[in-house]
Write a protein that binds this ligand. Structure first.
Ligand SMILES: Cc1cc2nc3c(=O)[nH]c(=O)nc-3n(C[C@H](O)[C@H](O)[C@H](O)COP(=O)(O)OP(=O)(O)OC[C@H]3O[C@@H](n4cnc5c(N)ncnc54)[C@H](O)[C@@H]3O)c2cc1C
Length: 567
């Protein structure tokens, strides 16, 4: 079946839905394709909040927050790699984005005076993070979805995008597998927006949903786009020991503290000023060092202590966190400290796109976690991703609306060929017998990524890791599936995801090996210093003749001069 729309959005998270609303405002026919029901997108799991310099809560010395302060904190947090023009745009637009969500129906937590509440977050100079208790993403995503439903915007849910279709180098749509029936559909549009989220699941010990496999990044790479700064992977300091479910930074924002086995508040040694609210890269490294130094608990964790906040505050501000700790670790934070360890959390890198979300491939745009515009540089500040999704979901859609006015209408011929070729590929996969089980390959890959491209990295282990990834890529082409059906074949979906994940794993590995410095989340024990002379630049990874290559592009500087980062 072939579907025609003016603009196609792949991804039904906050980014995709915000974009869909903007396209509908323009009176254009936009549609959303999503591999899960939109309300199951990872955005729904966001806990702690969304940054905007509303200035509803004063800073330490009575000062009021401003977009400039937000920009400064973001750029410093990024270890000066973020593009300063893009950061400025996001920080200027952030307050509007929060108010806009409020007007659509998001129920923000409130201050006594009725204004939207704001809590302190890591690396921020002011209490800047707006929140809906510790269920911010849930609240915001439901708000946008209600709007999408009420406007009757078409959503193709449980459709898995398999390939992008290009005509003379221009992206004109995609093919997608309808999971329920196993049928391959073709989608044609004047432009395609990629809003497919992060690739956290190439690592084990991740806070991400199982669907965060980076499909969009792999699709874009294969279609000729570049990936940017893939080596910058965020490890969140506080994930629940045992399952690695996220324990929001909001817990420390509310006053929670980290303690080692000896009961020491060890962050005082690593970040004397910000202490527990230093940025995530700093805190994650500190915890790893405590554990490595024998000051963690058996099994590799430390404690997050919330007890002093009291039952009332915990139940009002952190109800979800309390429930998670009780359900998955048998610990009630009102009575006992929560065992936590660092885990993969966010992908700073992604599809290379300019300030308007345009990629190198005409007709193909990207926004949200799958993209790298870049606002987070080498390390994202907590609360900045949610704001990025809605700000750039809207702004990139605005640009697409402008651009498609003169775009050619694609013709059906190519889409038929694309559907046939995808069907051949699927049949080929289903016919195969023997080989390794694909979950064995996937587990080996996630293990390699966590053990060889984790918080601390160095050349030799990374080289071994890259060799392992290359051998997994080879293995995966021989993997066979036991389930040979076309209908509801989840194994087939997982397999198609795995092919892309191995490409992204290689991109992370190549970027990390080539970057011989330590910056933000990328810490090399063999190159412990930041090297602005050689590496104040973005890594770009491309794919030509089935081979990956690395190149660079300068970071866009601005009013904030790179300085040493101290907290
Ligand atoms: C547990 C957790 C808590 C977080 N808390 C916060 C927070 O408090 N504050 C903050 O700023 N950030 C937070 N983040 C980060 C933030 O939530 C995400 O970066 C953001 O929500 C991503 O939104 P998105 O729209 O880009 O992608 P997602 O919400 O991940 O949506 C991706 C969409 O793409 C679709 N998709 C993917 N592949 C395909 C395919 N092949 N075919 C069709 N569709 C596809 C999916 O179905 C989905 O609809 C958190 C992240 C996690 C994991």
């Amino acid at each position: 079946m072939i579907h025609h729309h003016d603009i196609l959005i792949i991804g039904g998270g906050l980014t995709g839905l915000r974009a869909a609303l903007r396209i509908s405002d323009a009176g254009l026919n936009g549609a959303v394709v999503s591999k899960v029901h939109p309300l199951r997108s990872h955005s729904v799991a966001a806990q702690g909040g969304m940054n905007a310099s509303l200035g509803n809560v004063k800073g330490e010395d009575g000062a009021t927050d401003s977009w400039e302060s937000h920009a400064y904190d973001t750029i410093k947090g990024s270890d000066y790699l973020a593009d300063q023009d893009v950061v400025e745009r996001m920080c200027r637009e952030a307050p509007t984005a929060v108010i806009e969500l409020e007007h659509m129906g998001t129920v923000w937590s409130r201050l006594e005076n009725g204004k939207i509440a704001q809590r302190p977050f890591g690396g921020a100079g002011f209490p800047r993070t707006c929140y809906a208790a510790d269920r911010t993403g849930h609240n915001a995503l439901h708000t946008l979805y209600e709007q999408v439903v009420s406007r009757e915007i078409p959503v193709y849910e449980e459709f898995f995008a398999i390939s992008l279709i290009t005509e003379g180098g221009r992206c004109i749509g995609c093919t997608a597998l309808e999971i329920m029936t196993g049928q391959v559909h073709g989608f044609l549009a004047k432009a395609v927006l990629m809003a497919t989220g992060g690739f956290g699941r190439i690592f084990d010990k991740s806070t991400n949903a199982l669907i965060n496999t980076g499909d969009g990044q792999a699709l874009a790479l294969r279609a000729g786009a570049l990936l940017k700064d893939m080596e910058f992977v965020q490890f969140h300091p506080t994930t629940l020991y045992g399952t690695n479910i996220l324990i929001s930074e909001g817990a420390r924002g509310e006053g929670g503290i980290l303690l080692n086995k000896n009961g020491e508040r060890f962050m005082e040694r690593y970040a004397p000023h910000s202490v527990d609210l230093a940025p995530r890269d700093v805190v994650a490294r500190a915890i790893e060092q405590e554990i490595a130094g024998g000051r963690g608990y058996e099994g590799g964790y430390v404690h997050l202590d919330l007890r002093h906040l009291g039952a009332e505050r915990i139940t009002e501000r952190l109800p979800g966190i309390r429930q998670i700790a009780m359900d998955f670790a048998g610990v009630d934070p009102i009575e006992n400290p929560v065992p936590v360890q660092p885990g993969q959390h966010y992908s700073m890198g992604g599809i290379d796109a300019d300030i308007n979300g345009a990629t190198k491939v005409p007709g193909l745009y990207a926004a949200g976690e799958c993209s790298c515009l870049s606002v987070h540089g080498a390390n994202r500040l907590g609360g900045n991703s949610l704001v990025e999704t809605v700000v750039f979901g809207r702004l990139v859609a605005e640009k697409i609306v402008e651009d498609v006015e003169n775009a050619p209408t694609p013709d059906d011929k190519l889409v038929k060929a694309a559907i046939n070729s995808v069907n051949d590929r699927i049949e080929g996969i289903l016919r195969r017998e023997g080989g390794e089980h694909f979950f064995t390959v996937r587990d080996a890959m996630t293990h390699t990524m966590t053990s060889k491209f984790g918080i601390f990295r160095e050349k030799q282990t990374m080289q071994e890791g890259l060799d392992e990834i290359k051998s997994k890529q080879d293995q995966v082409s021989r993997v066979s599936l036991q389930n040979k059906e076309r209908e509801v074949n989840q194994a087939l979906i997982r397999f198609l995801e795995l092919e892309g994940m191995l490409l992204l794993a290689e991109a992370v590995a190549r970027g990390a090996l080539a970057r011989e410095e330590s910056r933000g989340s990328h810490t090399r024990t063999d190159y412990p210093e930041r090297d602005d002379r050689n590496f104040l630049k973005h890594t770009l990874v491309g794919f030509r003749n089935e081979t990956m290559y690395v190149s660079y592009q300068p970071a866009t500087l601005g009013i904030f001069e790179p300085k040493e980062r101290v907290y």
